[in-house]
Design a protein around this ligand. Structure first.
Ligand code: MG
Length: 450
């Protein structure tokens, strides 16, 4: 059968690929996987299709004999929190994160509030295929409703001291779920909050949901116009955060991660940061400065969490602005990232731009080359031969370390292409590296194709 699970759970066009029927089957499969009498937290984002899918998932869980704690509209980090808060055996969030409004998704969480590992997803997939086990009338699950947002807000506020210096912060939640929590938490921590795109609206009229620079122009202008100290942007389910500094400049996910890390890990003994092969050297600079270390994994949140579970660590993160604070959660915590960044500005007395300027500057270039899926492994092998005189990391694609930069050649997991990503301390060198990568990539693809 077709592979249901992608990098972020099951995701597709709502009511086309991800139908209520499929949502029911997925939920029944989870109930079968867990066993009768188990308890599942269920939340959804505010897409137009989310309530429909929530009803179908609820029915599937009840039919399989699991109790359901329905949370209604919930940011993903709050769902992860709720699984533990309500002592559930698993969780489901219905969201398509940063995808356009016509999409939706179903993602499973374990009893510690971490995304399901690959093996469990595969088991769900095979149970969908076989058909789950239905409970008899006495064994049907019970449905209850609960609010996770208020306890989440109280908990996060209790974990962070009130800010010493009052900040003015513009928060742009893209008419999505982050608006239920982030503005209020920042207000209670002592910020003056200006909210934009703050009404929940499943058509997402304010901006596109992915927090990338091209979608954050209005936020940047608003920060400058309001003379705010910083701007905060979440994606659709608030597990990722990007920051705009007081000058209206948008910081990349790497920089947000690094600044949050530098602040969060102050005073820890040899802090260990877990990140992926796609993250900037600026993370290594921070770790070095703090007397700590960096461990790199394959790309993806489950990889970072998996490494933490195997070997421990203090902080995890990705280059896209997803940061994991292992002390508080095993889910990417966009809300905590926003709090910690704001706290860093408030407690340092420095401006957001100054915190950024205090870190070493790097330049990055990204390109891509088409490559048929069946050739990817051969191409990778040939590339490793070509670059064999350099220091290579082959965890995920090929990361080649040069004295003054690095290059990542990585096959896409979903599309027939290779990504080529270079970083260096100097802009010209970064461009040279990306061109070198593209040249070798194309020549290898050409040779392998014949
Ligand atoms: Mg997301």
């Amino acid at each position: 059968m077709a592979k249901l699970f992608g990098t972020f759970g099951v995701r597709g066009l709502a009511n086309v690929m991800l139908t209520p029927e499929l949502a029911f089957k997925l939920a029944l499969a989870l109930a079968t996987h867990l066993g009768e009498g188990k308890k599942v937290a269920l939340g959804h984002d505010n897409r137009t299709s989310s309530e429909m899918l929530d009803e179908a998932v609820t029915a599937g869980l009840v039919a399989g004999g699991c109790d359901v704690v329905r949370l209604g509209v919930t940011p993903t980090p709050v769902l992860s929190f709720a699984v533990r808060h309500f002592s559930c055996d698993a969780g489901i969030i219905i969201t398509a994160s940063h995808n356009p409004p016509e999409y939706n998704g179903v993602k499973f969480w374990d009893n510690e509030g971490a995304g399901f590992i690959r093996e469990r997803e595969l088991e769900i997939e095979s149970l969908v295929e076989k058909g789950g086990r239905r409970a008899d009338w006495k064994g049907l699950g019970k449905v209850s409703e609960a609010d996770a947002v208020a306890p989440y807000i109280r908990t996060r506020i209790s974990q962070v001291p009130r800010f010493k210096k009052r900040l003015k912060v513009v928060v742009d939640c893209a008419n999505a779920t982050g608006t239920l929590v982030t503005p209020q938490i920042l207000r209670e921590l002592g910020c003056e909050v200006v909210s934009m795109n703050a009404q929940l609206d499943g058509t997402f009229p304010g901006r596109k949901l992915e927090p990338v620079p091209e979608n954050l122009g209005e936020l940047a202008k608003t920060v400058v116009a309001c003379k705010a100290d910083l701007g905060i942007a979440h994606d659709g389910d608030a597990d990722r955060t990007l920051i705009v500094n007081e000058k209206g400049e948008i910081l990349s996910g790497d920089r947000v991660f690094a600044i949050a890390a530098n602040h969060y890990l102050q005073g820890r003994k040899s802090p260990k940061i877990i990140t992926t092969v796609a993250t900037s050297w600026v993370i290594d600079d921070i770790a070095r400065k703090l007397g700590g270390s960096v461990v790199r994994t394959k790309v993806g949140e489950p990889e970072v969490v998996g490494e933490y579970r195997r070997t421990g660590g203090d902080l995890g993160g990705e280059e896209n602005g997803g940061v994991l604070f292992f002390d508080v959660s095993l889910c990417r915590e966009g809300i905590m990232t926003a709090i910690k960044f704001a706290e860093a500005v408030s407690s340092s007395g420095m401006k957001a731009s100054e915190l950024d300027a205090a870190l070493p500057k790097y330049y990055q270039y990204k390109q891509r080359a088409e490559c048929p899926n069946e050739m990817k492994q051969k191409v990778l092998h040939a590339l490793a031969e070509k670059f064999s005189s350099y220091e290579l990391d082959r965890k995920d694609g090929l990361r080649i370390t040069f004295e003054d930069g690095w290059l990542l050649l990585r096959p896409s997991g979903t599309e027939p292409l290779f990504r080529c990503f270079a970083e260096a301390r100097d802009s010209k060198r970064a461009e040279e590296l990306v061109m070198l990568g593209m040249r070798e990539l194309k020549s290898v693809i050409e040779t392998q194709g014949h």
